[in-house]
Design a protein around this ligand. Structure first.
Ligand code: PBG
Ligand code: ZN
Length: 340
């Protein structure tokens, strides 16, 4: 009819008209493949061996290192608001605790194992992830056991890291997450979980694509885990190594990982997207690391953007890239900002 002809000539090509699809807030939310919800978030906790400690970490805004006695009062309101999961990092601060083998990592009286027991008891619905690494516990600050020339002894490191994972699983961790980047650790942990009769109840989350770089600084302040010499470039991935990350992801899937993690997140969205493609049948996690978090705070403080707006934009971008789990220092704020 003449009416139809007129409207087409006014609007031009019908296929160019997109605004209608996202003019309403609800319609806008439908444009995303997934919505950010509280249950996607894992909150990092630094637990020290000083039971009553509560120490602000200057380089990591609003984040504290806490002793075991401080955990429950701190977490109670967060769990009440909907926090579903935490990841534990042990921080031995007592002098003389660190050694070349990271012996303190699986000390049954150490902060991680005591925290697992306490949290399991007090918050039966809280999902407890434990980061598994040696760098907080080694005198040299590296993520494994070293040879005399300072390089990683992969076999000894994998043996040790997998023992630590087993100790955390035995203490009641729901999920063990090795972040050490030694070759073959996923297989070793999976085999030990099977051997110990725990593989049916423990999630194995691999920090599969963990890149080296300058974004872990505030974490290393918090955890006291900066290497005393050298750097981590021979075990964490080079920032340009997309193909290498893909190989690491495929390898860890084949070795029995239940979840693949990418870290850092914001600078590595292509890698998250790769992980989603390569691991289309696995949940994909991403860690918005300490340096990313500190940058968001610094930008907001400098008036570049609003903190809450950037917290949402950065996290929703991580979901858009393909993650459905986000390890985030913003988790407490999101418990207030999100309704589900
Ligand atoms: C331990 C570990 C690190 C992070 C998670 N696990 C530090 C590192 O590898 O140096 C970084 C997390 C963050 O920066 O928030 N290997
Ligand atoms: Zn480490």
């Amino acid at each position: 009819t003449s009416t139809a002809a007129t409207s087409v000539s006014i609007c031009g090509d019908i296929s160019s008209q997109l605004h209608g699809g996202y003019c309403h807030p609800l319609a806008r939310s439908w444009q995303a493949e997934r919505q950010l919800t509280k249950s996607m978030l894992i909150y990092p906790l630094f637990v020290s061996d000083q039971d009553d400690e509560e120490l602000l970490i200057p380089s990591l805004p609003n984040q504290y290192r806490r002793g075991v006695n401080r955990l429950i009062p701190f977490l109670e309101p967060l769990v009440h608001k909907g926090l579903r999961s935490v990841i534990l990092f042990g921080v031995p601060v007592r002098p003389g605790v660190k050694d070349a083998l990271g012996t303190a990592a699986d000390d049954p009286e150490g902060p991680v194992i005591r925290s697992i027991r306490l949290l399991r008891q007090r918050f039966p619905h809280l999902f407890i992830v434990t980061d598994v690494c040696l760098c907080e516990y080694t005198s040299h600050g590296h993520c494994g056991i070293l040879r005399d020339d300072g390089s990683l002894n992969n076999q000894l490191s994998v043996d040790r890291v997998s023992d630590v994972a087993i100790a955390y699983a035995q203490a009641g961790a729901h999920c063990v997450a090795p972040s050490d980047m030694n070759d073959g650790r996923i297989r070793a942990i999976k085999l030990k979980l099977i051997e110990e009769g725990m593989s049916h109840r423990v999630v194995l989350m691999s920090y599969a694509a963990k890149f080296s770089g300058c974004l872990y600084g505030p974490f290393r302040d918090a955890a006291g885990s900066a290497p005393s010499f050298g750097d981590r470039r021979c075990y964490q991935l080079p920032p340009g190594g997309r193909g290498l990350a893909r190989r690491a992801i495929v390898r860890d899937i084949n070795e029995g990982a239940d979840i693949i993690m990418v870290k850092p997140a914001g600078q590595y969205l292509d890698i998250i997207s790769d992980a989603k493609e390569l691991g289309k049948d696995l949940p994909i996690a991403a860690y918005q690391v300490s340096g990313e978090f500190a940058m968001v705070h610094a930008g907001a403080k400098a008036g570049v953007f609003d903190l809450k707006a950037m917290a949402f934009e950065s996290t929703e971008s991580i979901l858009r890239a393909g993650a459905t789990i986000v390890v985030s220092y913003f988790a407490p704020e999101f418990m207030d900002w999100l309704s589900v």
